[in-house]
Design a protein around this ligand. Structure first.
Ligand code: 8YV
Length: 304
């Protein structure tokens, strides 16, 4: 985010890590100077970069997800890491509901229908699917998953969930496997954290359990879905459609998805509003200020 980078430069004399081929020579010359690294969920700090920054103490992540930084390496080196929780919850939850309605009611496809001249040429748009009163399974009932569930109450949608741990503080039924959740859901929404523990959880079997009338929405991480299996399921109508804000290899989106009208593809815009990105930037700055002042973080993921 350009305005955050400008503030980091002016307030903290921050330096942007040069791109290859200049990265290594820069790190050799100046790697010892840095005590904090600001990164984003899309980039992260690799183990190799941690090695090249021997005085690094803190990693400040712009984004709630920090799966691009190896948390075990952070811990074993005694580093601390912060993220930007809460401030983006509403916008990501809004995006999930938007994608759900879009894919079930074919809003983007209907827009394309008019723009192509098909309303005039072919008549009325094909019928779509009712959103209200359906059953939604949420994979990952954390802050964002819960905000999605709250919104869905307004649609008289029945919510069930699967999580690493069952929650005692929510009224929604817990389902003890992803496949069982998919089997009982009209729509499966992925709101879990990324990383090794969730990689490929949405497998071909889970998609088959969701079934030919079921929809998938993913506002979390592309890595949670077996993307090849998803493409295959969509292409062969083994699920009804998908609303996707995240992909395995962003910004690359599997070409097969682009020709399918039952898929809504979004360029990872969940938190992408002016208000939320500004709040995330502010939280990054607060974490950095506090770290430089007393060595602690405002929103720590790990403690020293
Ligand atoms: C983006 C996100 O990562 O917070 C997250 O985990 O996925 C998003 O907010 C943000 O654009 C930072 O790259």
């Amino acid at each position: 985010m350009a305005s955050l980078e400008a503030r980091l430069r002016s307030r903290f004399a921050a330096v942007r890590l040069p791109d290859a081929p200049d990265t290594d020579s820069f790190l050799n010359q100046r790697g010892k100077e840095f005590v904090a690294a600001v990164t984003s969920g899309r980039v992260g700090v690799s183990d190799q970069l941690m090695d090249a920054l021997p005085n690094l103490k803190a990693i400040i992540n712009f984004g709630v997800g920090y799966d691009t930084t190896n948390i075990d390496s952070v811990r074993s080196r005694g580093l601390i890491l912060s993220n930007t929780p809460d401030v983006l919850t509403d916008c990501v939850a809004d995006t999930a509901v938007g994608a759900l309605i879009d894919v079930m009611r074919s809003l983007s496809a209907a827009d394309r229908y008019i723009r192509r001249g098909d309303w005039l040429a072919k008549g009325n748009f094909p019928l779509t699917r009712r959103v209200s009163g359906t059953t939604v399974g949420i994979l990952g009932l954390g802050r964002i998953g819960l905000a999605i569930a709250h919104r869905l109450a307004g649609f008289n949608i029945h919510v069930a969930y699967h999580n690493r741990n069952r929650r005692a503080d929510v009224p929604y039924p817990y389902v003890d496997s992803v496949i069982a959740l998919a089997a009982r859901s009209d729509i499966l929404i992925v709101a879990a954290s990324g990383g090794d523990s969730s990689r490929g959880l949405i497998s071909a079997e889970v998609l088959d359990a969701l079934g030919p009338d079921g929809f998938l929405v993913n506002v979390a991480r592309g890595s949670i879905v077996n993307e090849a299996a998803l493409v295959d399921s969509l292409a062969h109508h083994r699920i009804a459609g998908a609303g996707l804000d995240t992909f395995v290899n962003e910004p690359h989106v599997p070409a097969e998805l682009l020709s399918l009208d039952n898929v809504v593809v979004l360029p990872h815009v969940g938190s992408g509003t002016q208000e939320t990105r500004e709040a995330m930037a502010e939280l990054v700055l607060q974490n950095l200020f506090q770290f430089l002042a007393d060595g602690t973080l405002v929103t720590p993921v790990t403690s020293p």
